[in-house]
Design a binder for this molecule. Structure first.
Ligand SMILES: Cc1cc2nc3c(=O)[nH]c(=O)nc-3n(C[C@H](O)[C@H](O)[C@H](O)COP(=O)(O)O)c2cc1C
Length: 288
């Protein structure tokens, strides 16, 4: 495929990337190889610091990762590694941090000091206003139907609502899988935030069983339940049945959002980024 034309938005400008395609942090799924493939194709991907089993492994990743755009996700609540992982982030001057669960004020101060950017995950207006008040550079609107700890509001409402109320750029998360979704996301906000669709890539850390289950599942096989982590999240029904029989959370219970509807192929992540960008341009040309 010829490299699709760039898609400039306030988010691509802020991050120095070609397409407003942000591949979301996914526990045990995001890998350094996924980050690299997405960045080389013109997007950016984010990895949870806790995907590295120790702080030392996280530091080694930061040392070895090439000079490309990438992001790290920090869980702010009940995270015993937060202080040391943040120190390493500041030292490496990681270009993008995505915060979830908790008050981002300190992270924002430390990251802004070296001119990095901080996005905060939010599921409602109250969280959005708090993150905006703390100085976040953009908000991730985690809507209903997202993989992981999804919100309950429709993306049609959450994204433009928090954008109007806070004046910040907004990334739209929840069910995005192709170029039509990116076009819709840019009508409602400033970038697409893609999780589930990228589980089914060669570079993701998901097992073959997990990837195959995604190909077979439809959106009606996604169950929103607090029973795995105590907070409502979306999981594939077939894997939940295994959890109920004694399986481990996340490792054997597979999270996915409604976007499984459009997971039809396991492919290289860079090609997927280009297909989404290409699909965006085609969908735009076909608008009435
Ligand atoms: C398997 C899986 C693991 C996730 N782990 C995290 C995580 O560690 N931190 C986080 O902020 N969000 C996590 N999420 C949520 C994603 O970052 C993102 O908000 C969501 O996947 C977007 O919706 P989509 O899956 O419908 O594209 C996870 C999602 C999935 C599917």
């Amino acid at each position: 495929m010829i490299e699709p034309e760039p898609i400039p938005t306030p988010i691509t400008e802020m991050l120095g990337i070609r397409y407003p395609i942000v591949v979301a942090p996914m526990f045990l799924v995001s890998t350094p190889a996924l980050l690299e493939a997405v960045a080389r194709a013109g997007g950016i991907a984010v990895i949870p610091s806790l995907n590295f089993r120790t702080h030392e492994a996280f530091e080694a990743f930061l040392r070895d990762f090439p000079d490309l755009p990438f992001g790290v996700n920090l869980i702010l609540k009940d995270n015993p590694r937060l202080t040391e992982d943040l120190e390493a982030i500041v030292e490496r001057r990681v270009p993008l941090i995505v915060t979830s669960l908790g008050d981002p004020t300190e992270v924002i101060e430390r990251v802004h000091a070296y001119d990095g950017r901080v996005f905060s995950d939010v599921v409602n207006l109250r969280h959005a206003q708090k993150a905006a008040g703390s100085g976040a550079d953009a908000l991730v609107a985690v809507a209903a139907g997202a993989g992981g700890h999804a919100g309950t509001l429709s993306p049609f409402v959450l994204a433009p609502w928090i954008r109007e109320e806070t004046g910040l750029p907004v990334l739209v998360a929840g069910g995005l899988a192709d170029g039509r979704h990116l076009l819709a996301a840019l009508a409602l906000g400033d970038a697409g935030y893609f999780g589930t669709r990228f589980i089914a890539t060669h570079e993701s850390g998901a097992s073959e069983t997990y990837k195959r289950m995604l190909l077979e599942a439809g959106p009606e096989d996604v169950v929103y339940t607090p029973e795995v982590t105590g907070v409502p999240a979306n999981f594939l029904k077939a894997s939940l049945e295994r959890f109920r029989a004694g399986g481990k959370p996340w490792k054997e219970v597979f999270s996915a959002g409604h976007g499984v509807a459009f997971v039809r192929e396991i492919e290289p992540a860079g090609r997927l980024v280009h297909r989404i960008a290409q699909g965006y341009h085609e969908a735009r040309r076909h608008l009435p």
